[in-house]
Design a protein around this ligand. Structure first.
Ligand code: PLP
Length: 396
């Protein structure tokens, strides 16, 4: 059957694919250690659920304005001012069905064929494909683990062209867990300052920090705020992945165009979800603090365990909930008569023979690595480490 040409350049999300395979195995009764999903294992806090129940009972079940209910857009403005020192008006805010939709709308709203978007690798898998879906070209700027996965400003300068429409920043980042230092952010700001392009800051992991404070690009370069588009959402900080609640804020013409895309595609995000998001933003900060304390303990345990494995090395992530393990030390070793040569192969062996779902680095622009989420119980993480140890033994 003939399908749209623009889809030919798009790959299905490998994380979603691996995860559904792991889920299918689990449904067959196979005991899979699921470390592939980028999803907190905590339940959504009760006060957030209650807000949705109340909204449902009150019959708050109709369409809302596409951009979201006014009280939520106002609460988002207050949040952005309180946490990020950014002043936006509610007209500059769009409530979306997840941060993913905000990014998708952005690409559809600003990109034309031939346009380019700078993405730093390792990157979240969806960025390049969203850019391609809009007919534009992702330009990958590689970063190095030795530099804390921060981009080299000269590499950014070399990648910028008159066609560059946007640069995407994601700190803490998926899959690296890296949090950019002030110097790293200043380097990015200096590189893009003279160039007429938008700056997208995907702040979805901003609350999940394990070593001190996080700065945003706007903290080090307030002059760039007029071209800043902030993307954020409830999924990670409030354990609300299934609710699909996110938002974007930025220059009014961009946000109006993003709203137009949403007007003609999905309209408003779920009405009761918006009430829940409002409750989340107004809730006590200790809910997040409690989760972060637990994630930190899990990170220390899991990353410590990974580094004890022969052939595996893992940088301690400063944020988010991913361990990006360097597995190149395992490459070249034989498994079932065949040498291990890549992360895709290793992830398959792990799932098929050791019942561990881990995502290969390759689709994240991080060949040589596998990504595992530590947003799961210490018991599951311990089991994962045991099985990874079995794999390492088998590869001797
Ligand atoms: N940005 C990054 C870097 C992510 O890892 C994710 C989810 O995995 C998202 C955005 C989107 O999350 P959601 O659509 O659930 O808000």
């Amino acid at each position: 059957m003939k399908l749209a040409r623009r889809l030919q350049a798009i790959k299905p999300s490998p994380t979603l694919a691996l995860n559904s395979r792991a889920k299918a195995l689990a449904a067959q009764g196979v005991d899979v250690v699921a470390l592939a999903a980028g999803e907190p294992d905590f339940d959504t806090p009760d006060y957030i659920k209650q807000a949705a129940i109340d909204a449902l009972k009150a019959g708050f079940t109709k369409y809302t304005a596409t951009a979201g209910i006014p009280e939520l857009r106002e609460a988002i403005c207050r949040k952005l001012e309180r946490d990020n020192g950014l002043r936006f008006t509610p007209e500059q805010v769009l409530v979306t069905s997840g941060g993913k939709q905000a990014l998708y709308n952005f690409c559809q709203a600003v990109l034309d064929e031939g346009d380019e978007v700078l993405i730093f690798s390792p990157y979240w898998v969806s960025y390049p494909d969203m850019v391609r879906l809009a007919g534009a070209t992702p330009i990958i700027v590689a970063t190095r683990e030795e530099d804390g996965f921060a981009p080299d400003p000269d590499a950014i300068r070399r990648a910028l062209t008159p066609r560059t429409r946007a640069v995407i920043i994601n700190s803490p980042g998926n899959p690296t867990g890296a949090v950019y230092s002030r110097a790293a952010l200043e380097g990015i700001a200096d590189a893009v300052r003279g160039h007429d392009c938008l700056i997208v800051t995907d702040d979805i992991y901003e609350k999940l920090l394990y070593t001190g404070e996080r700065l945003g690009i706007s903290d080090v370069a307030p002059d760039l705020v007029p071209r800043l588009v902030v993307v954020n959402g409830m999924s990670k900080a409030y354990s609300m992945t299934g609710w699909r609640m996110g938002y974007a804020a930025g220059p009014r013409p961009v946000l109006s165009a993003m709203q137009l895309v949403q007007d003609q595609s999905t309209s408003n995000a779920s009405s009761i979800g918006q009430k829940a998001a409002l409750a989340a933003l107004q809730g006590p900060p200790d809910t997040i603090a409690m989760m972060v304390t637990e994630y930190r303990a899990r990170r220390d345990f899991f990353v410590g365990g990974l580094n004890a494995l022969d052939g595996v090395r893992c940088r301690m992530p400063e944020g988010a909930f991913y361990a990006l393990a360097d597995v190149r030390g395992l490459y070249g070793r034989p498994y079932k008569g065949k040498a291990v040569t890549g992360s895709l192969q290793l992830s398959e062996i792990l799932l098929d023979d050791f019942r561990v779902a881990a995502v290969p680095g390759d689709p994240f622009g991080a060949e040589g690595y596998i990504r595992m989420s530590f947003a799961t119980s210490r018991e599951v993480l311990g089991k994962g480490l045991t099985r990874l140890g079995e794999l390492v033994q088998a590869l001797r």
